[in-house]
Design a protein around this ligand. Structure first.
Ligand SMILES: [Zn+2]
Length: 322
């Protein structure tokens, strides 16, 4: 089906379903993984089952988030020896979930000054190499858990972008998008950290990032399970990725930053509250006003991205174990 037709079909399907509580963060990641498993070839499925032997089915896709919680002494993996060893071996694992590219870049390669060896793109590549047997940096089970989680994350546009702001007048912060203008702002850390510092309401979690992680997905799901919703939409979405398997993550990050740019369009930026307790002022929060119809438009984008994440997770595993 053509992309425009597919979007209409998905939008129609999604709008017909009432809301219930789901999130990209937990049930969302799990639904992506469940939908992905339905697309595995028999040989890939056999390998996946062998690598994940002993894993609780609902833990695989969220293990990396739970490991991050354990690092803060929270959640079910506190005291788990495998998790403790992982945290000690990879103290910067919390940066694996994202890459803060300026909204104006056209590709991951163009964002060279904003990428890093521990970002989501590089880590996906590393996990693939571990599962191919070309690297032993991660245990195979850890590599598979991390890969499944990060392919979900990289398809969340706010995980591949950051708004950089000129705060010369804190009452009127100005969003910058081109890499040259953003670089000095990055050095001063004058960014919204993947839309985490943008608040559309007064509550603690009224952040634009959380809107994408939780609220949009909540609006997608309903009486039908989120997994079923994604599975039903799979045939209608073109999820193919051109080129070599090891460069796919760069392509996905490029798609996500373009969607993020569109997701910032029409937002009005209000007053910026600065934190001045450290070295140089930092952006604590910027009040924003979302354009009319924002959630209805963007929930379809979120749904399409989750469907692509499911199909592409399966595509990677089928390519590794073909
Ligand atoms: Zn994550």
């Amino acid at each position: 089906m053509k992309a425009s037709k597919a979007r209409i079909a998905l939008a129609t399907m999604l709008c017909a379903i009432p809301a219930s509580a789901f999130s990209w963060a937990d049930e969302g990641h799990t639904a992506i993984w469940e939908a992905a498993q339905s697309l595995l070839t028999p040989q890939a499925k056999q390998q996946v089952d062998a690598v994940l032997a002993g894993d609780k089915p609902d833990m695989t896709a969220v293990w990396l988030d739970r490991a991050r919680d354990a690092g803060k002494n929270e959640g079910p993996l506190v005291g788990d020896q495998e998790t403790t060893d992982f945290i000690q071996a990879f103290p910067f694992h919390f940066t694996w979930h994202y890459v803060d590219m300026p909204l104006g870049v056209k590709s991951y390669a163009e964002a060279d000054e904003f990428t890093g060896r521990d970002d989501v793109v590089q880590q996906i590549k590393r996990c693939i190499e571990c599962l191919e047997g070309k690297s032993t940096k991660l245990h195979r089970r850890t590599a598979l858990r991390v890969l499944v989680h990060l392919i979900g994350d990289i398809h969340q546009p706010m995980h591949c972008s950051s708004g950089f702001f000129d705060i010369s007048d804190p009452l009127h912060p100005v969003l910058r998008t081109d890499p040259d203008s953003c670089l000095p702002l990055k050095k001063e850390k004058l960014e919204d950290r993947g839309a985490n510092q943008l608040f559309y309401g007064p509550e603690k979690y009224d952040q634009m990032h959380a809107l994408w992680d939780f609220e949009l997905v909540k609006r997608l799901a309903g009486l039908k399970s989120l997994t079923k919703l994604l599975q039903d939409a799979l045939p209608d979405i073109d999820s193919t990725t051109p080129g070599d398997l090891h460069a796919w993550a760069e392509h996905w990050a490029g798609e996500s930053v373009a969607l993020a740019k569109a997701a910032y369009t029409g937002i009005e930026f209000g007053a910026c509250t600065l934190n001045t307790t450290g070295k140089g002022p930092k952006i604590e929060r910027i009040e924003i006003k979302l354009p009319a119809g924002y959630i209805d438009r963007q929930k379809t984008v979120a749904g399409t991205q989750m469907v692509k994440a499911a199909a592409r997770t399966a595509a990677v595993l089928n390519a590794i174990w073909k």
